[in-house]
Design a protein around this ligand. Structure first.
Ligand SMILES: NC(=O)c1ccc[n+]([C@@H]2O[C@H](COP(=O)([O-])OP(=O)(O)OC[C@H]3O[C@@H](n4cnc5c(N)ncnc54)[C@H](O)[C@@H]3O)[C@@H](O)[C@H]2O)c1
Ligand SMILES: N[C@@H](CCO)C(=O)O
Ligand code: NA
Length: 439
């Protein structure tokens, strides 16, 4: 029997993910030790309430309410409490004492990442966070290691399961946004008290900041991630998208942009977009996540699977644990976060994409020409126009619905066009403006 060096592992938090991490570690400890080359001894679990119900049957003697004392002397600390404080302070303390830290805390990484990475670098410790983006799906390590020799052009991600579930229900079951949200809440996907982190795109924006930072070797602060949630998406839009061969998805987009002078910058943004049904992301149903990467040499890659769930996410945490343990065995300093490119983060106005605009207009001669003129005056090239619905009430002007697809145009030009359409006498209202991505 091989005698391994024993590593002391402290777990902070025993909620959905933490309880599963503890359970799997206790069950598979000897096998993980063989892979890691070191024993992995769970020395304690910091909890808020010793008697709270858990999703796994865990030895009570491991529980403590004193997280600070628990991390003293630990070789590896796993933070799964969530939130900013006390997670931030405890992680800084753990790193400061030389422990490697594993976390799934995207909210903390997206807001205080640089401070944590700096501390890790100072002491030669490592911070692992595979669980923070797209749960069980390996995406952090592929970006950091497997693709370190390539250049990422663009990432399109479905990184929030709740919103993907809601949009999928609207698309496949014809439910309204409200009905689909109620179903998501009943199934435990969306938070009952406050689903806004999911449906307003905050959760996706945090993950976008983390992905863009890694992909472009540049610190991307959360407040520079442009964000729109799904609350404005209507069933009519989803159904119109379906008829036109698209599906509406909330996308996390990280893109390398190059201006006319060849100067590079980064765009990080989250919004609901039309995705062609032929794109691999269109096949991501229910609460599943997927990250589609376009790399210069590797071409297109897609990573698909469970973006949430206690036991699924625990898989990512335990993978990090084995990596951390291996590093302890081998020794040497950790690899610092790579931010050498330090590219400027560009505002949404610099983005160029395609759009689909739906207008309600008066149905009479010359209207189409006036609308087309407004587009051309703002430098937006029209690709296709469909007059999809026509109606007329007695005594009123007949109205028509125009769906206008554009070629690539800048956000700035598109915004000016939409403003002009809103003021035009022939346009009753601009019903919908959606970006088209992935084509
Ligand atoms: N649930 C998922 O599917 C999922 C997926 C990816 C990432 N994550 C991330 O993993 C982390 C944990 O998520 P979760 O779903 O397990 O959350 P959770 O709310 O189920 O569990 C958090 C646990 O930490 C405990 N806790 C909070 N503050 C504490 C403190 N000061 N001391 C001791 N215990 C404390 C809570 O009582 C709770 O039991 C979060 O950062 C979350 O964003 C979760
Ligand atoms: N609320 C998140 C959980 C994982 O971060 C989601 O719906 O995907
Ligand atoms: Na992941």
């Amino acid at each position: 029997m091989i005698e391994y060096r024993n590593l002391r592992v402290a777990l902070l938090g025993a909620g959905s993910v933490g309880a599963q991490v503890a359970s799997l570690l206790l069950e598979h400890g000897p096998e993980l030790a063989t892979r890691a080359g070191a024993g992995l001894e769970l020395v304690g679990i910091a909890v808020r309430d010793l008697d709270a119900p858990r999703t796994a049957d865990l030895p009570r003697e491991l529980f403590t309410t004193d997280a600070e004392s628990l991390i003293l002397g630990a070789d590896i600390v796993i933070e799964l409490m969530g939130g900013i404080e006390p997670a931030r302070t405890l992680i800084l303390q753990a790193l400061g004492s030389g422990a490697d830290v594993i976390t799934g805390n995207k909210a903390l990484l997206a807001t205080h990442g640089p401070e944590l990475f700096e501390m890790a670098e100072q002491v030669g410790a490592q911070l692992y966070y595979e669980a923070a983006v797209a749960g069980a799906i390996p995406i952090i390590r592929p970006l950091r290691d497997s693709l370190a020799g390539d250049r990422i052009k663009r990432i399109l991600g479905i990184v929030n399961g709740t919103t993907n579930f809601i949009l999928d229900r609207m698309d496949t079951a014809g439910e309204s946004l409200e009905q689909a949200l109620a179903t998501a809440t009943d199934l435990g996907y969306a938070e009952k008290s406050d689903p806004s982190a999911d449906i307003e795109g905050f959760d996706a924006a945090q993950k976008t900041a983390i992905l863009a930072s890694l992909a472009f070797h540049t610190t991307v602060p959360l407040d520079l991630v442009y964000r729109e949630g799904i609350t404005g998406v209507t069933l009519a839009e989803v159904e119109a998208a379906k008829r036109a061969g698209y599906v509406v998805k909330l996308l996390a987009i990280c893109e390398r942009l190059t201006d006319a002078d060849g100067v590079e910058g980064v765009s990080a943004r989250v919004y609901p977009a039309l995705v062609p049904r032929s794109h691999p992301l269109a096949a991501v149903h229910g609460a599943k996540n997927a990250v589609f990467i376009e790399a210069e040499a590797a071409g297109d890659l897609m990573f698909y699977g469970a973006g949430a769930g206690g036991v699924e996410t625990a898989s990512a945490v335990l993978g990090d644990l084995v990596s951390a343990a291996r590093r302890h065995v081998i020794g040497g300093p950790g690899v610092a976060e790579s931010t050498h490119a330090n590219l400027p983060i560009l505002p949404i106005s610099h983005v160029t994409t395609r759009y689909q605009i739906t207008l309600s207009v008066t149905d009479e001669p010359g209207v189409l020409a006036s609308v087309a003129t407004l587009f051309s005056e703002h430098g937006v090239s029209v690709e296709a126009v469909t007059q999809s619905v026509s109606s007329s009430e007695e005594g009123a002007h007949p109205t028509a619905t125009l769906v206008i697809g554009t070629h690539e145009a800048s956000e700035a030009a598109l915004a000016a066009t939409v403003a002009a359409l809103g003021e035009s006498a022939v346009v009753s209202h601009v019903t919908s403006v959606l970006r088209v991505e992935g084509s």
